[in-house]
Design a protein around this ligand. Structure first.
Ligand code: 5GP
Length: 192
């Protein structure tokens, strides 16, 4: 089987520059730490790694959660499953959810409810990518790296059936069968 073709949407250099700008903006908004950065595995692991290293003065804590999405049909009905919870309490803490991409907004809405119920001092969202056209559930995003069109992207941590996470650029995956919802047909029941 030949691999589907990819087209660069955002280059590694563009991403690097934007992540640094986001870090400056976040540092300007949080006068003092610690800021609990909660990365949602697996897709945001590279963004998280670059973001934390771009902070110059803010005290940060790095925490991880994992969610499994049930692919196109079930995800669009809001069904996401927590497969790895935080192992610290966030009560009274400043928390920033670090996401790879916000699409329908259902995953993020689930996470905001879940973490919000734990009574953090503040709770906000930073996402590298946003596909506003696909939003089903309105969610407030405080920091956005790039708004992108409704295309399926891979690279910089984002996968297609677990492949392509290692690409340095963010690329559009072309020549793949897409389902009615716009996501690839084989993209289902996988760990994000
Ligand atoms: P939402 O709940 O907002 O619909 O879905 C968010 C999750 O769907 C993301 O964290 C990501 O795992 C997955 N996703 C949405 N769009 C894309 C995309 O273009 N590429 C990849 N690789 N994953 C995506």
């Amino acid at each position: 089987m030949t691999a589907p073709a990819t087209r660069v949407l955002l280059s590694a250099a563009q991403i690097e520059q934007r992540v640094k700008e986001m870090a400056r903006q976040i540092e300007a908004d949080y006068a003092e730490g610690p800021l609990y950065l909660v990365s949602v595995l697996k897709g945001s692991f590279i963004f998280m790694a670059d973001l934390v290293r771009a902070f110059e003065r803010l005290r940060v804590r790095t925490e991880f959660m994992a969610i499994s999405s049930y692919g196109t049909e079930k995800t669009s009905s809001g069904q996401v499953k927590l497969t790895r919870d935080l192992d610290v309490s966030i009560e009274g803490q400043q928390v920033l959810i670090v996401e790879d991409i916000v699409d329908s907004g259902l995953t993020l809405s689930y996470l905001l409810n879940l973490l919000g119920a734990r009574r953090p001092r503040s709770l906000a969202v930073a996402t590298l990518l946003d596909k506003p056209e696909r939003r089903v559930k309105p969610v407030e995003i405080r920091y956005t790296g790039f708004q992108i069109p409704d295309e399926f992207v891979v690279g910089y941590g984002l996968d297609f059936a677990e492949d392509y996470r290692n690409l340095r650029d963010i690329c559009v995956l072309e020549e793949i069968a897409t389902s009615a919802s716009g996501a690839p047909a084989a993209w289902s029941e996988s760990e994000r």
